[in-house]
Design a binder for this molecule. Sequence first.
Ligand code: OOB
Length: 553
Amino acid sequence: MNTSTHQAFQGEQRDLVRGFTPFPHDRADEYRRAGYWQGRRLDDILRDAARQWPDKPAVIDATGGLTFGELDALADRVAAALAARGIRPGDRMLLQLPNSKEFAVAAFALLRAGAVPVLCLPGHRSAELGHFAEVSGAVGLIIPDVAAGFDYRDMATELVEANPDLRHVLVLGEQGPFDSWSDLRNGPDTTPPAYDVDTTAPAVLLVSGGTTGLPKLIPRTHDDYVYNTTASAQACGLVHDDVYLVVLPAGHNFPFACPGLLGSMTVGATTVFTDDPSPESAFALIDRYGVTVTALVNALAKLWTQACEWEPVLPTSLRLVQVGGSRLSREEARYIYDGLTTGLQQIFGMAEGMLQFTRPGDPVEVVANTQGRPVSPHDELRVVDENGVEVAPGEEGELLVRGPYTINGYYRADEANARSFTPDGFYRSGDRVRIFADGPRAGNIEVVGRIKDVIHRGGETVSASDLEDHLLTHPAVYAVAAVALPDDYLGEKICAAIVFRGAPVGLADLNAFLDERGASKHARPDVLVPMPSLPMTAVGKVDKKKVVAAITG
Ligand code: OOB
């Protein structure tokens, strides 16, 4: 590389770290000394897998498969083509492909080129993508032509008009007015230009999972994310012969790296992709490839459990089903454990970093009643009251976290950072939890709800998750969201949006049931709205904003 090109590359990489909060030096040193941070690039996970198991299938989808050797060579080839088009190390690129092996090719090609993928979900639309492009300063995007009836090229046209910095639009399928992904993929084999990588700088930008406002960007560094994947793979006891199924959107942290696609690679396990989460289709795939591990959100885990009652082909090869992303009541956990698999593993995770897992082999008491314990011995957890003071062991409070793979700030978001991080670098999760201090669950966490998920009814503050838990014990209630509706007299009134298993139950009967259970007198729904299903976020969590919008019109 000549000197002026080298300087240009350095410049791009400097721009990447603008608005990025690095780990403080003392903690970084500690994580290196502990052996967690190894100075490895994220795409070295693939490089190393290709060296060790070149002929083992790495990724499979409906159109075929690629071995680790093939995927590695393809990542190089596409990376060289990206570089030839002017995509520089440090550049950000929005990646929004459906679940497919092309997602893996694109993610690794970008990483190989030194570019930073912004991992969007297929359900994101121009409002989110425009926001990600603007905040990240992305130079382009990679999209499918049409998926699930939505034309991503139309959205790209709109985005490019509003944001001329998006110079590279690559389309998988019919390219329309843009460039063709296949041209890059099917070009000649070449080696991408070499460059230095600072493994303490961001490798990928994840998007935050909140349902309030637009998602924030979450910078995950090479060092922390490599550790995230290897530690997750270890906590799941993932082995070479496992077969992992990506059924949640592949760009979400959970199926991408907890342990997901990346963690599977660290042990040479094969990853199968599907963009059809229906039990009928997924069970057939699980059977065909002998899938042993997968990651689900609650709603999907319950749907699969229900389907076990009638599907002719059952997912018997599964040894571990990770369930996480939102609260799972004890009844729901037990339902999944009994009906789908005793290999249930509860995961409490966040794109911001910290992960808590129950472990294979844990007693059912722990698996069904807790959300597990930290993945790293160096995860630091604090449970605090509303004044930020630590509560007594076993008491409820807000969870603050810090550790070897938890971010120290959102990307280019000073205001949010001032709110979301303590001066000593703890992330305020907004989750209300307790950590069991004694008994058979000692050391494990329970997520009680979101700090702000409360309904202010008259002078009372009612916890939505409390009420949801009570209602979920009713045999006719399949799913529920307790939400606040505006009320002239009370300020807010309590609404229960309920999906019933069969015929709906009336409000008076439900309230009599709550009386019988001894639920707090204040936590009684004022309004009951039966729904065929609850509206979901892009990854499949109940979206309460949309529930309220659906009810209030
Ligand atoms: C995962 O990540 P995100 O970033 O989409 O969402 C994080 C938030 C958490 O702060 C918490 O509020 C909620 O989702 N959450 C749970 C939960 N797991 C996540 N709430 C209750 N119980 C659980 N088990 O959702 C995510 C990331 C990696 C692995 C798994 C999930």
